[in-house]
Design a protein around this ligand. Structure first.
Ligand code: K2U
Ligand code: ZN
Length: 172
């Protein structure tokens, strides 16, 4: 397996809309395994394939705490089929926007339909951190970032900060 490099803001790859997975092939299973390895190494609790530069609709999540047994979840072609009118506010971060955290309001509960790695259709009703994480990751598959929910001022400020850092890195 391999840890893959993360795509970092302002890379326009993050704004691509990812393509549906047509079949659960051995290559898809390897990609999911390497996404999990990359996510654990970051560390993070969620990852979308576009964040390692692959525009395929695959998400990995593991909410287990550092000292708990891992509980990896893989969602292929996930889609929100229902969301509650009730909302909740969570602090969010993003492995593609490192060390930047802001509160985001989202539907408190969602139903998500997806394929598991056996190609079987599943549906999960999520609340709490799993609901937040699933919505955050499915947004990634549509080229949407959590900073898109912030004020224009905050979004432009963080985008400029990362653009400046990227210029410094390429000049080095
Ligand atoms: O998509 C990603 O960048 C992975 C995020 C997932 C995530 C973001 C916000 C809320 C829940 C999950 C990373 O795991 S960032 C780690 C994190 C988690 C909660 C709050 C802040 C940072
Ligand atoms: Zn993210």
């Amino acid at each position: 397996m391999a840890i893959r490099p993360l795509v970092i803001l302002p890379d326009s790859v993050l704004r691509q809309v990812s393509d549906p997975v047509q079949a659960i092939t051995p290559e898809i299973k390897t990609l999911a395994a390497e996404m999990l390895e990359t996510m654990y190494d970051a560390p993070g609790i969620g990852l979308a394939a576009i964040q390692v530069g692959v525009p395929k609709r695959i998400v990995t999540i593991d909410l287990a705490k550092q000292d708990e047994e891992k509980q990896p979840m893989v969602f292929v072609n996930p889609e929100v089929t229902w969301s509650s009118d009730e909302t909740s506010i969570h602090e969010e971060g993003c492995l593609s926007i490192p060390e930047y955290y802001e509160e985001v309001e989202r539907p408190a509960r969602v139903k998500v339909r997806y394929l598991d790695l056996d190609g079987k259709q599943q549906e999960v009703e999520a609340e709490g951190l799993l609901a937040t994480c699933l919505q955050h990751e499915i947004d990634h598959l549509n080229g949407v970032l959590f900073i898109d929910y912030l004020s224009r001022l905050k979004r432009e400020r963080v985008t400029k900060r990362f653009a400046k850092a990227a210029r410094r890195e390429s000049a080095a």
